[in-house]
Design a protein around this ligand. Structure first.
Ligand code: NDP
Length: 237
C-alpha cells in the first residue's frame, strides 16, 4: 500500500512510519521543521520525507500531490501531526486558539480533502485520524486541545458516512498518555499521577499506537469504519 503520514519525524508518527515500512508499504511522511530528524528517519526506513505545514492549505495540498507523485498513488492517509499546550482557558490568546485548531482541524481538513479526491476517483482508501482521549473526556488546562480532538471525532464519523459508498474507511485512534516528546515537559509527579489513573499503570509506547493505526489501515479492518479506538491503557473507560 502507499501510505502518507503527517507528523512523521518523531513520536507516534515516526513509529507509524517504521511499522508501515516494516510491513512492506511505500511510505511518505510530512514534518514541519525538524529536517535533521526527518532525514535520519528517511535514511533508516526508505520512507520519503516531505517538509510541509499541514495548517497551510497550499502546503498541505502540494504535499499530498508530491506524495502521490513519488509513491505512485495513495491508499492510506494518517492524520497524526499535532501540538499540545497547557494553559488556563482564560489566558488562551486568539493566536493560541487558532494555532491549535489550525494544526489539528484545518490540517486534517486540508490533508483529507486533497487525499479524498484521489481516493474517491480510485474508489478505495483508508483514513486514520489521531485524536486523543482528552477529546473524549476533556482535559483541564487543555480546553483548546480537547476541543480540537473532539472535532476530529466528529470529522471521523461524518466522513465515514460520506465516503463509505466510495469504499473508503475513516477511523480514529485516541491515544492515552504516550511516552513521546509531547509529554517530555511533564514533571515526575504529574507523570506518576497519570500512570496511577491508567488502569494498566503505565504510559503507553508510540509503537503500541502505531500497531492500532496499522490495523485500521489494513485489509483486516475492511468492514470497520467511523470507529473511535482508544489506545490508552484503559484511562478513558
Ligand atoms: P510529537 O510532538 O512527538 O510529534 C509531533 C509531530 O507533528 C512532529 O513530527 C512534528 O513535526 C509534527 N507537526 C507539528 N505541527 C505540525 C504542522 N503544523 N505541520 C506538519 N507537521 C507538524 O507528538 P506525538 O507523537 O506525541 O503526538 C502525535 C499525535 O498524537 C498528535 O496529534 C497528538 O496530539 C496525539 N496524541 C499524543 C499523545 C501523547 O501522549 N503523546 C496522547 C494523545 C494524542 P516537527 O518535528 O518537524 O515539528
Amino acid at each position: 500500500m502507499k501510505v502518507l503520514i503527517t507528523g512523521g519525524s518523531r513520536g507516534i508518527g515516526a513509529a507509524c512510519v517504521r511499522r508501515f515500512c516494516m510491513r512492506g508499504d511505500r511510505v511518505a511522511f510530512l514534518y514541519r521543521c525538524d529536517t535533521e530528524a526527518a532525514e535520519v528517519l528517511a535514511a533508516e526506513t526508505g520512507a520519503i520525507a516531505i517538509r510541509a505545514d499541514v495548517s497551510d492549505a497550499v502546503q498541505a495540498e502540494d504535499a499530498v500531490a508530491r506524495a502521490v507523485r513519488e509513491l505512485g498513488g495513495l491508499d492510506v492517509l494518517v492524520n497524526n501531526a499535532g501540538i499540545s499546550q497547557i494553559k488556563l482557558f482564560t489566558e488562551l490568546t486568539d493566536g493560541d486558539w487558532r494555532h491549535m485548531m489550525g494544526v489539528h482541524l484545518d490540517g486534517a481538513f486540508f490533508m483529507t480533502r486533497a487525499a479524498a479526491k484521489r481516493m474517491i476517483a480510485q474508489q478505495s482508501g483508508k483514513i486514520v485520524n489521531i485524536g486523543s482521549m482528552w477529546g473524549k473526556t476533556g482535559a483541564s488546562c487543555e480546553v483548546h486541545y480537547s476541543t480540537a480532538k473532539a472535532g476530529l471525532r466528529g470529522m471521523t464519523m461524518a466522513l465515514a458516512k460520506e465516503l463509505g459508498p466510495s469504499h473508503i474507511t475513516v477511523n480514529c485512534v485516541e491515544p492515552g498518555v504516550i511516552d513521546t516528546a509531547m509529554n517530555a515537559e511533564l514533571d515526575d509527579a504529574t507523570r506518576q499521577e497519570l500512570c496511577e489513573q491508567t488502569p494498566l499503570c503505565r504510559m503507553g509506547r508510540a509503537e503500541e499506537v502505531a500497531a492500532a493505526v496499522c490495523f485500521l489501515a489494513s485489509e483486516e479492518a475492511s468492514f470497520i469504519t467511523g470507529q473511535i479506538l482508544g489506545v490508552d491503557g484503559g484511562f478513558a473507560i
